[in-house]
Design a protein around this ligand. Structure first.
Ligand code: HEC
Ligand code: HEC
Length: 357
């Protein structure tokens, strides 16, 4: 009799755990509130994550948990869509981004410049060219370690009903477009843990305090605070400093360049130039960008046409502009994932340099 009662409880418990979405293949339930630890009497108020921890990249996009209905492109409601205020230039591709953060764990925001996401977090970014879906990228946090992340991308089929894991060496001119699907090594050059460095400890480059503090679409910093999803609430108004001209330039350099040119252990080691703005940098003159670029000589880059990283009032002799304006040679910056100059970005940075005394 006793046995039957506890068996019944186990069955009840197990069925309550699979509400939400069934775990896909290759997925294992690692969440701290695993069924075996639950005590029968106290399980009612316990939190359940919609998804467990993926420890390998699934073969198909439909197995990653992004879409509840991939045919109709219905995104699973456990995910948030988000839009960073400043975006990486990817030639003319249109991009959409989503994140799944395990519901039962907060995002560790004790370092407001480098959020640490709970194990099991999944980041997605989808690329379309001329209205056609080309690839959907995925970053998985698989463990507690600084390097416990997996990077993969899914190439869409012609009728956009499914996408399959792309080869780790990438795909040139995917689906007959000019868009190259990056290799896994290239993902790591920007997001982190590449042998030559580049990236940031958080690994997330657009889902951050400064980038989500806006009034636009998608989940925002205010929503995350209101929903109690951050371990530490931000103090004061977090925003890129300055007037509109200054903000546009600082924001552009932050997301397009600061991901490699920063002062973390992952930043590229060749130069001390730091183009990443931290939340406590509340004046333009106090930003790392200003302090390490304006009027500063280049460390390794020499060219007769340039006299400083940023020469106040003179964009044409500033190496930052010089390198942003090149493609397909050694001067190109960023050094990968773009074939066309970002004219709007160049104009934004030029306008700021022209305004500098
Ligand atoms: C040139 C550098 C660069 C390369 C190469 C790159 N990324 Fe990113 N990625 C970024 C930046 C910067 C952002 C944030 C800004 C944005 O989304 O516009 C980002 C955003 C993302 C996001 C959304 C989460 C976030 O960080 O905000 C995902 C997912 C992602 N990238 C996956 C990948 C994968 C997988 C690869 C390789 C197949 C890759 N990326 C290659 C720079 C890069
Ligand atoms: C994927 C990582 C990465 C990104 C993103 C990146 N850089 Fe670089 N950058 C490097 C590396 C590595 C070097 C050193 C080798 C070289 O000069 O090519 C470098 C060097 C430079 C230098 C020379 C600095 C000196 O002291 O001599 C400048 C200027 C520069 N980058 C500007 C930029 C700008 C502007 C952007 C954004 C538009 C950018 N970089 C984005 C990796 C990156």
């Amino acid at each position: 009799m006793l046995r039957r009662a506890s068996l019944l409880l186990v069955i009840l418990f197990v069925s309550s755990c699979v509400i939400g979405d069934p775990l896909s293949e290759g997925e294992s339930e690692h969440d701290p509130i695993a069924p075996t630890e639950a005590h029968e009497s106290s399980r009612v108020d316990r939190c359940t994550n919609s998804y467990g921890v993926l420890t390998e990249l699934p073969q198909l996009l439909s197995q990653t948990g992004l879409y509840a209905d991939i045919q109709n492109k219905e995104v699973h409601d456990a995910l948030w869509a988000f839009v960073p205020e400043f975006q990486l230039w990817s030639d003319t591709a249109d991009k959409q981004r989503w994140i799944y953060v395990p519901e039962c764990d907060p995002i560790d925001t004790s370092n407001m410049d480098d959020w640490s996401f709970p194990v099991g977090t999944r980041f997605f970014k989808e690329f379309s060219v001329n209205g056609q879906r080309i690839e959907t990228r995925l970053i998985l946090r698989t463990g507690e370690g600084a390097y416990d992340f997996l990077y993969g991308t899914y190439e869409w089929n012609d009728d956009e009903s499914e996408a399959s894991l792309a080869p780790s060496e990438g795909v040139l001119e995917a689906k007959g477009t000019s868009h190259d699907i990056p290799s896994e090594a290239q993902c790591r050059r920007c997001h982190g843990s590449h042998p030559d460095r580049g990236g940031r400890p958080s690994r997330a480059l657009g889902f951050s305090a400064l980038q989500l503090n806006h009034d636009g679409a998608g989940i925002r910093l205010d929503d995350l605070v209101a929903q109690g999803r951050l371990s530490h609430a931000p103090e004061g108004a977090l925003t890129f400093p300055g007037n509109d001209v200054e903000r546009q330039a600082l924001g552009h350099l932050h997301v397009n360049c600061g991901v490699c040119h920063n002062a973390t252990r992952d930043g590229v080691p060749q130069t001390d130039m730091n183009l990443w703005v931290n939340v406590n940098q509340t004046t333009v003159e106090g930003t790392s960008t200003y302090l390490t670029a304006v009027g500063k000589a280049n460390e390794i880059f020499n060219d007769q046409n340039v006299s400083a990283r940023i020469q106040p009032g003179q964009p044409d002799v500033s190496s930052i502009i010089y390198r942003m304006s090149h493609r397909g040679n050694n001067a190109q910056m960023p050094p990968l994932a773009t074939k066309e100059v970002d004219e709007t970005g160049v104009e934004a940075v030029k306008a700021w340099i022209l305004s500098l005394p």
